[in-house]
Design a protein around this ligand. Structure first.
Ligand code: SF4
Length: 359
């Protein structure tokens, strides 16, 4: 790691904050930096792009303007508000934590690092973001952006796939963070990482802190950040079916309460390790009630989770409502609209509607 002088650290921090105050992105959660709003935005922004988050954040705040409104909202409603954002455990944990704040902290997000870290779903990054942005405390908020920006700035070659490396970056940020404007400082790093010091083709010519950047000076930016481990992505093959009953309702099923996409809704599906050859036979074997299925595939949708890929083949069919068995539901279109469906099943539904309108 390159050494920075005390003067450099101070100047860097000033330059970065000045740049932020001049150029910051106008984002709805920056209009008012109340802890609840910062918290919700940071949880939404984990693994999700800013542009995607904006409408979700605005809708969420109009549905649940206060922590109390959110703390006791029914699960189906909070999942619906999160529908499409993915990683649904985030919103469940957020509700558990906000309920705790409502009950144990008199409805005020705690200002101590220890207390905030004890809340469900709040890790060091979220804690640092809330404490610095809402409470003006000089706490680092280290995420992938900070790994990238600081590894380049200071030529830090520690392996970012190792958990212990976080400490190295926390120290680096804590040594440079603005003492009087820590919230602006951390948000400046977020903006710098998102708009200038990007993973590919960083815009060094436009970078406000280029003068301090050791990787730029050494012309070896592409070496940073250093990451050794590559996680393998698993591939799964699914067959799902849009099945209508005689009275025009659709067959749906709630996913198990644990695991991937827990408690969300889907069209009944089967999942295999290899591509499925006989769609109808395999599907019928997995969904054990009498169905009348079309052998012809309607098409495929693909979906990529963080370490898992789904290839979903879609078929259609009809059934007699008298044959419905426990664990499944027949719903009208109106009823379907209020159930939370994860993105892959929304894609399935869109493809179904498209092919139907083309008939
Ligand atoms: S000079 Fe380039 S590599 Fe260095 S911090 Fe700026 S954008 Fe990133």
């Amino acid at each position: 790691m390159a050494k920075w002088s005390e003067i450099e650290k101070e100047q860097f921090s000033e330059v970065l904050v000045e740049w932020y105050e001049r150029e910051k992105r106008e984002l709805p959660w920056r209009e008012n930096t109340e802890a609840y709003r910062v918290w919700v935005s940071e949880i939404m922004l984990q693994q999700t792009q800013v542009d995607t988050v904006i409408p979700y954040f605005e809708r969420f705040m109009s549905l649940f303007p206060t922590m109390k409104d959110f703390a006791y909202a029914p699960e189906e409603q909070i999942l619906k508000a999160w529908e499409g954002l993915g990683y649904y455990s985030r919103v469940r944990n957020l509700q558990t934590a906000i309920r705790e704040v409502t009950e144990a902290y008199d409805g005020v997000v705690p200002q101590s690092k220890e207390a905030i870290l004890s809340l469900k779903g709040v890790g060091p990054y979220t804690a640092g973001a809330i404490l610095s942005i809402a409470y003006n405390q000089p706490e680092a908020a280290v995420d992938g952006n900070v790994y990238r920006v600081y590894s380049r700035l200071m030529r830090i070659d520690d392996d970012i796939s190792k958990a212990k490396t976080r400490k190295v970056f926390e120290q680096a940020v804590n040594q440079t963070i603005s003492q009087d404007k820590p919230g602006a400082f951390n948000q400046a790093l977020m903006d710098l990482g998102a708009t200038i010091c990007t993973p590919k083709n960083p815009k060094c010519d436009m970078c406000p802190v280029q003068k301090y950047c050791r990787a730029y000076a050494e012309n070896d930016i592409e070496k940073y950040p250093f990451k050794s481990k590559k996680l393998k992505t698993k591939q799964k093959y699914l067959v799902t079916a849009i099945i209508q009953s005689n009275d025009g309702r659709f067959l749906v099923q709630q996913r198990p309460s644990e695991g991937l996409l827990a408690n969300l809704w889907m069209f009944p599906s089967i999942e295999e390790e290899k591509p499925v050859e006989d769609l109808v036979e395999s599907y019928q074997a997995g969904v054990s009630m009498p169905l009348y299925l079309n052998n012809q595939s309607l098409g495929k949708v693909k979906h990529v989770f963080s370490h898992l890929k789904w290839d979903v083949e879609i078929i259609t069919g009809v059934m007699d409502e008298a044959d419905l068995i426990e664990g499944y539901r027949l719903v009208t279109l109106e009823e379907m609209k209020v159930l939370p469906f994860p993105v892959p099943y929304q894609k399935v539904w869109q493809l179904y509607l498209k092919t139907r309108s083309e008939l």
